[in-house]
Design a protein around this ligand. Structure first.
Ligand code: SAM
Length: 286
């Protein structure tokens, strides 16, 4: 990411969430009354005018489900952990996600920690003033660049207790990082987790993150690169267990985004096979 420029893909995810809220209730994967407060004026305007919203939904039918589907998966991982007694929730690469507000509305006794790139976090804090007034007492912010910063001490200083169970959510981020940063971040998170604590993440296969020569795909890669969020890291679902084992995790659940979409809304999203969400769990270290 550019050091001084907030995440453009976070703006994109917010537009998708805003549009998703325009779907009929029965077709929605999750209820998010807060997202509209984080959307840009133009995004809000487009989503609220029925004709424009319908055009966007028609033009980007897959995207409109992808983000809410992975959100719902993450929310379910949080609900299960909180049901088992966990009260600490860490959102890595929080962007403009409303996950903290969603979580606190279901579990008011949780403490949320949002870790994000400094430029994106500063932008969110400016934009989320009203939401911060409503939920701020229970949300703590830690600024860190996953490529260079160690967030462990900062999280502990913010009140995180490594000897207590926690749940980590890392959605929409790892494909923009180097493999080294993905490993370092997972390893640092593991240092803060008790055995059995879960971490949910989504990931894409290398065919979607590495150069393929396909002109359409290369054009899309260039768009991400221009935004400062170059696609870098991909992994196949079958390789996830071997990748995370040396970092101190076991794989609890891996789901394709297509399968999750069929499960949540009984419709096919038809994103590339291999786009997946997973819950990995901290294991005893040898
Ligand atoms: C597509 S957004 C996803 C945001 C959020 N998780 C969501 O689901 O809406 C990508 C996020 O990754 C963060 N990110 C990308 N590269 C990063 C880095 N090197 N260090 C910290 N955060 C990074 C951005 O700041 C942004 O919040």
């Amino acid at each position: 990411m550019h050091a001084d420029r907030s995440s453009q893909t976070a703006e994109g995810a917010t537009f998708i969430r805003t549009l998703h809220q325009q779907l009929p209730a029965a077709e929605r994967v999750l209820h998010d009354p807060w997202v509209v407060q984080l959307a840009l004026f133009g995004q809000r305007w487009m989503a609220r005018i029925p004709f424009l919203a319908r055009q966007c939904l028609r033009k980007f039918p897959r995207m409109v489900d992808y983000v809410p589907v992975r959100d719902r998966f993450g929310d379910e991982v949080i609900d299960k952990a909180v049901g088992g007694g966990t009260r600490q929730v860490v959102i890595l690469g929080a962007g403009l996600d409303t996950i903290s507000y969603r979580t606190l509305s279901r579990h008011p006794d949780c403490v949320l920690y949002e870790v994000d790139h400094p430029a994106t976090q500063a932008m969110k804090l400016r934009r989320a003033k009203r939401l911060a007034a409503k939920f701020g007492h229970a949300i703590r912010y830690v600024a860190a660049d996953f490529e260079v910063d160690d967030f462990r001490e900062k999280l502990i200083t913010a009140g995180f207790q490594p000897n207590q169970p926690s749940v980590f959510i890392w959605m929409g981020v790892i494909y923009y990082l180097s493999e080294d940063a993905v490993k370092q971040t997972l390893s640092r998170a593991r240092d803060l987790m008790t055995v059995g604590s879960p971490l949910a993440l989504d990931f894409w296969p290398p065919s979607l993150t590495e150069a393929t020569g396909d002109p359409n795909f290369e054009a899309r890669r260039k768009t991400y690169a221009k935004m400062g969020e170059t696609l870098k890291f991909g992994i196949e679902p079958r390789d996830l267990a071997d990748f995370v084992r040396p970092l101190g995790y076991g794989v609890n659940q891996v789901e394709s985004i297509n399968a999750l979409c069929r499960k949540y809304v009984r419709r096919e999203m038809q994103v590339a096979e291999g786009m997946s969400a997973a819950a990995i769990v901290a294991e005893p270290r040898g």
